[in-house]
Structure formats: structure tokens, C-alpha cells
Write a protein that binds this ligand. Structure first.
Ligand code: GN1
Ligand code: MG
Length: 363
């Protein structure tokens, strides 16, 4: 924490830090909550330079997107201090600092806000849907060609499959024999990896500016009303498909099980939660989506879930160098929950399609 305290002093904080705590549940960056003696609360993050090669490009994206949202919220008569992020600059006016191989940034913590690790109620998940749908709508006119691709091929699922195949073949840490059923599962579902990218290549689905990491814990809600405030974790904002954002939220949130639940009998897929999220998301951006895009959303859920499971499995086979893990089989456990969800989603695909179609027809 001493190092963190030293880093804090490089930013234009109001007051001197009196409390520094590890914060949040992200798998990539390290996050701290800082309170100063002027009772101002900040969020300090160490960005993972192993994952994000171009930190400068990344921070340009974050600044650009944040400014755009701030402006739009003001124009719409909203409260930009609570509905957009505020980046705190360094003493010399920069959006981040580099200390050795570590890169740090600071945000103002939004007062009276919460993030959820799971949605307990349909209402909560509807709020998350509205937050992510609105995010997409607010960025509909953002100049996509100004965005740096912070992680190339991020949701290129066929490319993720190739990486998985190579990891199985190389078996560098000798763990492939411990994951044979999971490896077989991915191979059986290889065709599914193309479901979105083929439609993109055929020009049936348009690229938009998307968030690409829409876990429910990446949106802040008002702690009193539960209403959506702002979407956070903007590191992967890049051109993408509406189905990526819809799909990744459903993957993480339309179940009562944690992403790393060990007891697969507890992994459910809840169509009420799914419906709630879809209502919120489409209320936010549905009017802008084409019929093909509406139809791609349910597909997005299953493809994003398969992709994420495949990424956990690949990381496990490569010695767990990418995602933070708490124990050696953590990524294997995570991939199992994802694959169980894929099965449940495939069983419910017709209903999932019908639900989004019905909601879209009512818009
Ligand atoms: C990572 O950083 P976090 O925890 O919000 C990952 C996502 C995965 C997610 C799985 C940059 O997100 O792509 O879906 O873990 N982010 C990156 O929980 O790889
Ligand atoms: Mg993230």
C-alpha cells in the first residue's frame, strides 16, 4: 500500500489519502478505493500492461468516450457528474502516470452509487440492461475510426477458437489431460464460433461502438433508487456488434450462479432475468437496431458464453497467465460454468429469440 500511497500523490487529489483499500472484482486490472482527509473518494487503478499493450491509445479512447458521454448527458438534461466518469489528471495534466512498468489512472468515485456482482431481481438486471443499451445509444455517433483497437480480435470468436486449438496442441504446462471433456465440448461446438462473424462478414450486421465487457459489475446504479447511472471499465470500448454487449451481459447475469460456481447443479439460466435485461437494453438502444441485429442478440448470448469459456480454458491450458486466479483450477472451474450455460441457452434458444422479437415489436 505504501507504493499506492506514493502514486496517489502524483494526481490532483483534493486532500491527502487517509484510507486505501483494494476494491472491485475485475480479473485484469488492480483497483483501489481512496478516501482523502477532505472526504473525497477516488478510484485508483493499475492498468494491466501485459493485457493492454498500448496504454496511451487506451487512455485516449477512455478520455474521448468519457467526454462524448459527458456532453451528450448534459445536452439531454441529465447530470453529467453522476452519469459520466470524471478522470482525475496528474499534477502535470496527464490522464495517467507511468512508474516503471506500471501504469495508473484515477477516477472520481460517484457518490451514492453501487455495483452489483449478481442481479438478485429482474428489476436490477433491467437497470443494467438500460445502462448498457443507453451506453450504446450515446455512442452511436462517436467517430469509431478514432478508437484504438486496445485488444485486437477481442471478440473474434473463430480466432479465439484457433488460439484454443493451438493451446491444446502445444499443451505447454501439461494440463490438457485434466480437461479432456471441456476440450471435447469446445470442439463439438466449433461451428457456433462463426455464428456472428459470418453475418458481420456478409454485411448483415453493422459495426457499432460497443463496450465489449458488459458484466453487471461494470455498471453503476444509484444506491437509493437502483436506477442506472454510468457504465465503467471502458478499456475495451472498440468497434463491435450489439450482440457482443447484449450477449456478454446475459452470459454473466442471467443466472444465479457465480462465474466460478463449482457445483454445476446450481448453474441455472433464468428466462425472467433474460427478459428483464432485454427490456432494459432495447429500451436504451432498440430503436436503432435492424431486424437482423435484433435476431442476433440471443445468438450473441450463446456465442459470448462459449467464447468466454473457451478463453478460460485456453488460459488454464497456458498456465493461467491472463485472468487473475485464486487457485490452480480456477479457470477450469470457470470454463465449466460457461459450458453448462451454453447447453442451457441452446435448449432455450427458440424462446430467447421470441422474447427479444416480442420486446422489439412493442417498441
Ligand atoms: C475480464 O476485467 P473484467 O473482469 O471486467 C475480461 C473480459 C471477460 C471477463 C470474464 C480485458 O473482464 O473479457 O469477459 O474478465 N476482460 C479482458 O469475467 O479480457
Ligand atoms: Mg474489464
Amino acid at each position: 500500500m505504501e507504493q499506492v500511497d506514493k502514486i496517489c500523490r502524483l494526481f490532483q487529489l483534493k486532500g491527502t489519502p487517509v484510507s486505501i483499500e483494494a476494491f472491485g472484482e475485475g480479473h485484469i486490472n488492480d483497483t483501489f478505493r481512496i478516501v482523502t482527509d477532505s472526504n473525497t473518494v477516488y478510484v485508483l487503478q493499475r492498468m494491466n500492461h501485459g493485457v493492454f499493450a498500448d496504454i496511451d491509445g487506451l487512455m485516449k479512447n477512455v478520455m474521448g468516450v468519457t467526454e462524448h458521454i459527458h456532453k451528450k448527458v448534459s445536452e439531454m438534461g441529465g447530470d453529467p457528474d453522476r452519469q459520466s466518469l470524471t478522470i482525475v489528471l496528474t499534477a502535470d495534466g496527464k490522464p495517467y502516470v507511468q512508474e516503471g512498468n506500471n501504469y495508473w489512472r484515477v477516477y472520481l468515485y460517484i457518490k451514492d452509487s453501487i455495483t452489483l456482482q449478481t442481479a438478485q431481481t429482474t428489476k436490477e438486471f433491467r437497470s443494467a440492461g438500460l445502462a448498457f443499451g443507453t451506453f450504446q445509444k450515446l455512442l452511436a455517433d462517436y467517430p469509431a475510426d478514432e478508437l484504438t483497437e486496445t485488444i485486437p480480435n477481442f471478440h473474434n470468436t473463430p480466432n479465439r477458437y484457433e488460439n484454443f486449438r493451438k493451446a491444446v496442441q502445444a499443451d505447454t504446462v501439461g494440463l490438457a489431460h485434466t480437461a479432456q471433456p471441456e476440450i471435447d465440448f469446445v470442439k463439438r461446438h466449433a461451428d457456433l464460433c462463426h455464428a456472428l462473424t459470418d453475418q458481420l462478414a456478409e454485411g448483415r450486421l453493422p459495426l457499432r461502438v460497443t463496450h465489449n465487457d458488459t458484466k453487471i459489475n461494470n455498471c453503476m446504479l444509484d444506491s437509493k433508487t437502483g436506477e442506472p447511472l454510468v457504465v465503467i471499465d471502458l478499456d475495451t470500448v472498440m468497434p463491435g456488434l450489439a450482440a457482443y454487449d447484449f450477449g456478454d451481459s446475459i452470459r454473466f447475469g442471467a443466472t444465479h450462479a457465480a462465474e466460478d460456481e463449482k457445483d454445476l447443479s446450481k448453474v441455472d439460466f433464468d428466462l425472467d432475468l433474460y427478459t428483464g435485461f432485454a427490456e432494459g437494453f432495447l429500451q436504451g438502444c432498440g430503436a436503432d437496431l435492424s431486424t437482423d441485429e435484433i435476431l442476433s442478440l440471443a445468438t450473441g448470448a450463446v456465442v459470448m458464453t462459449l467464447e468466454c469459456g473457451m478463453r478460460f480454458l485456453t488460459d488454464y491450458l497456458e498456465g493461467s497467465h491472463y485472468f487473475k486466479t485464486a487457485y490452480p483450477e480456477h479457470n477450469l472451474i470457470r470454463c465449466r460454468t460457461q459450458f453448462r450455460l451454453v447447453e442451457l441457452m441452446l435448449d432455450n434458444m427458440d424462446q430467447m429469440q421470441q422474447i427479444v422479437t416480442n420486446i422489439a415489436n412493442r417498441l
